[in-house]
Design a binder for this molecule. Sequence first.
Ligand code: MGD
Ligand code: MGD
Ligand code: SF4
Ligand code: MO
Length: 683
Amino acid sequence: MPRYHAGMLATVRGACPHDCPDTCALLTTVEDGVALKVQGNPAHQPTAGVLCNKVSHYAERTYHPERLLEPMRRVGPKGSGRFEPVSGTKPGRHRRAPASDRRPRSAGDPAVHSYCGTMGLVQGEAMAGRFFHRLGASLLDRTICASAGAEGLTQTLGGKVGMKVEFFAEARLIVIWGSNSIASNLHFWRLANEAKRNGARLVCIDPRRTETAEKCHEHIQLLPGTDAALALALMHELVVHDWLDHDYVAQHTVGWEGLRERALRWSPERAAEVCGVPAEQIRALARDYGTTKPAAIRLNYGMQRVRGGGNATRAIACLPALTGAWRHRAGGLLLSTSGYYPIDRAALQRPDLLAGRAPRTLNMVQIGDDLLRPASPEFGPAVEAVIVYNSNPLAVAPESGKVVRGFARPDLFTVVLEQFRTDTADYADYLLPATTQLEHWDIHASYGHTDVLLNRPAIAPVGQARTNTQVFRELAARMGFDDPCFAEDDESLCRKAFGDRIDYGALLEHGFASLPVPDAPFAAGNFPTPSGRCEFFSQRLARQGLDGLPDHVPNYETIGSSTRYPLAMISPPARNFLNSTFVNVESLRDIEGEPVLEMHPLDAAERGIADAAVVRVFNDRGEYVCKARVNARARPGVVNGPGIWWRKLGLAGTNVNELTSQRLTDLGRAPVFYDCLVDVQPA
Ligand SMILES: Nc1nc2c(c(=O)[nH]1)N[C@H]1C(S)=C(S)[C@@H](COP(=O)(O)OP(=O)(O)OC[C@H]3O[C@@H](n4cnc5c(=O)[nH]c(N)nc54)[C@H](O)[C@@H]3O)O[C@H]1N2
Ligand SMILES: Nc1nc2c(c(=O)[nH]1)N[C@H]1C(S)=C(S)[C@@H](COP(=O)(O)OP(=O)(O)OC[C@H]3O[C@@H](n4cnc5c(=O)[nH]c(N)nc54)[C@H](O)[C@@H]3O)O[C@H]1N2
Ligand code: SF4
Ligand SMILES: [Mo]
């Protein structure tokens, strides 16, 4: 912690903690120990001193009047949001403490729920991982965002690897696939614009007419969950017109014969039928893709939140090898760069502390079902206690009706580490105030560029806020865990994250350091797959009894499969929120306005719904009440519920996840948020 004297002005280098591909370098201006403003660091090339609107408001969020400042104990019913300070609890008042506080607890069946409130490797799973491993708590399958795409990419390219983002600026064709880059990947958009100014063509593939789609030359507004069909039809055209790089295919790929055969079954007409777009548009995209060099695909996770998300990622990831796009540094594909980082997770999280025990693994996507599951031989004991940090499962997990019922169980003991009184915090027995990024050390990888960033604390913890690491250190001490690893401090953990694989001195001096990734990593093959080639056919999948080749796997809930729920609903990120973070920052919430459902004028007219009318969106899982926004951002048959609002700010105390299902994707055990049928009525 820097020491300050009166009037001293300091600038502290940091990193944006949010789950965003950009991982911006921050400069926080501090006066007398108070953070005055948070800005981008112009010295950091990938983010060039520019922050998004959200994080420009980080000081406002840090000093927000609703920041949790002291440990609290729940006094009202779960969910009521009535708490009292733990320190101020008078002895006699203990009698009013919730019943669940008074029961003796076994540590045999605790669960953990955490995700990416911070992407920091230290305030994420470092000390927490050590604590839970030593405790022998259920392990958590952290699948809620990216694991379908990650698995698809790994089966095809060998890992979460791809193009270096800076070279998109030199591409002649950029396909923005399942990404609203202006909202969620601002610094990529800057590069895409540079390419556009230099004459590149921009194509956007998205069921929603996003602000990004509007600014591209072409928008392919396909139905959700049909991306693999589109990719296969593009391959069909590449074959038929011989827009293939035969040499690249022969030398650096596996399984071409099988893929070729499969692609030839996907004429543009057949795909057009499935995708709900004109065949001519598919042909034109194939022509552009097959004949423009270099061509680059910016894939994002929006296209893998459906049943076939893993296969769709595989199909799309085959395209650049077919045309040899990887030969050029401005060609290829980028979904994530996180696989390039040599993170020493074992040193941080110490799985060896399990000491031979093999606790069950719970999939975070199914927390609703899991909290409600009784003990059984297959499941093991019922979950009795849960610690939540870096996540807001009541708002972000699917089928939230069940998540709420689970957290409302009177016999569940819940501890939540939070900065704010979120929907989840309202269900805590104990609510512990957490530090923000301005108040702690951390170290960050990125999934959109290839730099490591160090975050130094700019200010002392606000109120009695504690770092996640400190809470787990203290819990370890209370449990009598005496392994020296529980005494390690945060800066030492920062050093340990990469060991000597990164120049820590450079991190201390500049705040960032680049990984040595080649400019055109797969120009001569060298994919990190078992074969060293791009695997059109995956032997590993075939051995699991799965299809070795990518295919179109239709949604669980395809349009037309239900007579009661004719509309498909997607719920992509809102530009001024970061998942459910920032929803309580007034200046940002004012821009988003209120929870809405975008509907195409035809679908609205059919139901007698006018713009701004209050509507009920519903299916068998639940209902969500919000305002209709009748406009052409929605395509016919698909409604868009941008998220992720806090439930308590919803018109009827729910949000869009009341409607989504807990089913899992084809690969990667991930959620299917955008594979969801609903109907809409005036409320
Ligand atoms: N402002 C802002 N930025 C964010 C986030 C946020 O909430 N707000 N979230 C962050 C997180 S957690 C992540 S994982 C990343 C990436 O998060 P992503 O979920 O990839 O986010 P986007 O790029 O905003 O949006 C994905 C786009 O995919 C579209 N889409 C939906 N279904 C389909 C489909 O079936 N096929 C295709 N082709 N497109 C589809 C949506 O309409 C949307 O425009 O962004 C991060 N950045
Ligand atoms: N319908 C629908 N649902 C979705 C999505 C969607 O597109 N549609 N997107 C999904 C995706 S991609 C993701 S990644 C998940 C995101 O789900 P989460 O990772 O749960 O993200 P947030 O909602 O931002 O919640 C993070 C919480 O962590 C807290 N936090 C931040 N920093 C710290 C810290 O240092 N310590 C502690 N203790 N707490 C901290 C924040 O205050 C915030 O409340 O949501 C998923 N849910
Ligand atoms: S949320 Fe993304 S764009 Fe915004 S400051 Fe953080 S890393 Fe940068
Ligand atoms: Mo995410």
